[in-house]
Design a binder for this molecule. Structure first.
Ligand code: ADP
Ligand code: MG
Length: 332
C-alpha cells in the first residue's frame, strides 16, 4: 500500500515536471538579439525560441557571406563582380535572383532596373555624393539597362551594363534568413536589414513606417500584419544638397536623375523579400497610380507617402494602418 502511494506521488511529480518543461519551452522560450553592420547597412536581429542564440550567429554568417561572396560590387572577387567583368556561368542562386529581378524589370516597364550600376556609381552615394556632369550621365545611361543583358540558361553576358543589388539585396537576405529560420527551433523573429524587415512566426506583428523627416527610430504610422517581408524605399535614405537642390538615390532609369514625382517613401508588404525590396523601388519610380497596379499584380500591399504628408494605401492594408503622427493624413 505504502509503496503504491510513493510511486503515485513520484509519477504525479514527474507529470508536473513535464508540464512545467513544456510550459517553459513554449511560453518562456529564450529571446536573443544581435546587431551588426553588413550590406552597407545596420542589421538587427531579435529571435525567440530554443535556437535563438544559434540563429543570431548563423544569420550573421549567412548575411556576411551572401554579401561578400555573391552580391557585393565592392569585393572584386564576389560572384556579381566577376559576372559584371567577364560574364560566365551563374550559380543556381544567382540565376534564381536574376530571373526574379528580370521579371520585375519587365513588369515595371523598366522602372526597376537592376543594371544601372554605372549610373548610380556616378552619383557616388555612400562614399562621395555629388552632382555628375550631364554628359557623363548620358553616356553611362547608354551603356546601362537590363535590356543589354544576354541570358541563356545559366550563362550570362552583361555586355557592358553593370548589375547592382542596391535595390534588391536586402530583400534577398530576408528570403535566405527566412529559409534558415525554418530549419531551426524558432518561434518568432524580427530581422531588419536596413529598410527591409522580416517578420517571422505565427503571430501578428506591428511595425512602424519611418518618419521621412525624423531619425531612424521615429515613425509616422504603424501597420499590423501577420508574418511578411516589409520594405521601404525613401528619398530620405541617402541624399545630398547641391546648389540648393536635394538629390536622392532612387533614379529614374529613363533620365539617370533622381525621381522627382512628389513621393517621399513607398512601403511594400509581401511574402517574398526580393519582391518587397525591388517593388518598393519600382513603385517609387512609377508613382502612385502605376505603382498601385504593379503591387496588385504581385499580390502585395503598398503604402505611399508624399511630400504633402498624404498617405495612400492599398485596400487590403488600409484597415491595419494607424497614422500616429498628426501631421500626416490619408489622401482623399
Ligand atoms: P535602400 O537601398 O535605401 O533600401 P532602395 O531599395 O530603393 O533603397 O534601393 C536604392 C538603390 O538601388 C540605390 O542606391 C541604387 O544603388 C539602386 N537603384 C537606384 N535607382 C534604381 C532603379 N530605378 N532600379 C533599380 N535599382 C536602383
Ligand atoms: Mg528596394
Amino acid at each position: 500500500m505504502g509503496k503504491k502511494k510513493t510511486i503515485s506521488i513520484v509519477s504525479v511529480a514527474a507529470v508536473i515536471f513535464c508540464v512545467m518543461l513544456i510550459f517553459y519551452s513554449a511560453f518562456l522560450a529564450k529571446e536573443t538579439g544581435v546587431e551588426f553592420f553588413a550590406m552597407d547597412t545596420y542589421i538587427k536581429v531579435s529571435a525567440v525560441g530554443t535556437d535563438s542564440a544559434a540563429a543570431c550567429e548563423k544569420i550573421q554568417t549567412l548575411v556576411n557571406s551572401l554579401d561578400t561572396e555573391m552580391l557585393s560590387r565592392q569585393n572584386e572577387n564576389s560572384e556579381i563582380s566577376v559576372l559584371n567583368s567577364n560574364g560566365g556561368i551563374m550559380s543556381e542562386k544567382m540565376q534564381e535572383y536574376i530571373l526574379a529581378m528580370l521579371g520585375i524589370y519587365e513588369k515595371s516597364n523598366g522602372a526597376f532596373d537592376f543594371a544601372l550600376g554605372s549610373v548610380s556609381d556616378l552619383w557616388g552615394f555612400g562614399n562621395n555624393p555629388h552632382l555628375p556632369a550631364n554628359s557623363k550621365i548620358k553616356s553611362a545611361l547608354e551603356k546601362s539597362g537590363a535590356d543589354k543583358l544576354s541570358i541563356s540558361g545559366n550563362k550570362i553576358s552583361t555586355n557592358g551594363a553593370v548589375i547592382d543589388f542596391g535595390a534588391s539585396g536586402k530583400g534577398i537576405a530576408l528570403d535566405e534568413i527566412k529559409e534558415l529560420l525554418g530549419s531551426m527551433k524558432i518561434k518568432n523573429a524580427v530581422v531588419s536589414v536596413g529598410g527591409s524587415v522580416l517578420l517571422y512566426g505565427k503571430k501578428n506583428f506591428t511595425v512602424g513606417i519611418r518618419n521621412p523627416k525624423g531619425g531612424s527610430g521615429s515613425y509616422i504610422m504603424t501597420v499590423s500584419t501577420p508574418a511578411a517581408c516589409v520594405s521601404t524605399s525613401g528619398s530620405y535614405e541617402q541624399y545630398f544638397e547641391e546648389n540648393g537642390k536635394n538629390y536622392h538615390h532612387i533614379l529614374n532609369p529613363e533620365t539617370g536623375y533622381p525621381v522627382d514625382n512628389g513621393l517621399v517613401s513607398v512601403t511594400v508588404i509581401s511574402d517574398n523579400g526580393l519582391a518587397s525590396d525591388a517593388l518598393s523601388t519600382a513603385c517609387f519610380v512609377l508613382g502612385i497610380e502605376d505603382g498601385m497596379k504593379l503591387a496588385e499584380e504581385y499580390g502585395c500591399e503598398i503604402v505611399f507617402v508624399d511630400s504633402r504628408k498624404k498617405v495612400t494605401a492599398s485596400d487590403g492594408i488600409k484597415d491595419s494602418l494607424k497614422i500616429t503622427d498628426s501631421n500626416y493624413s490619408f489622401a482623399e
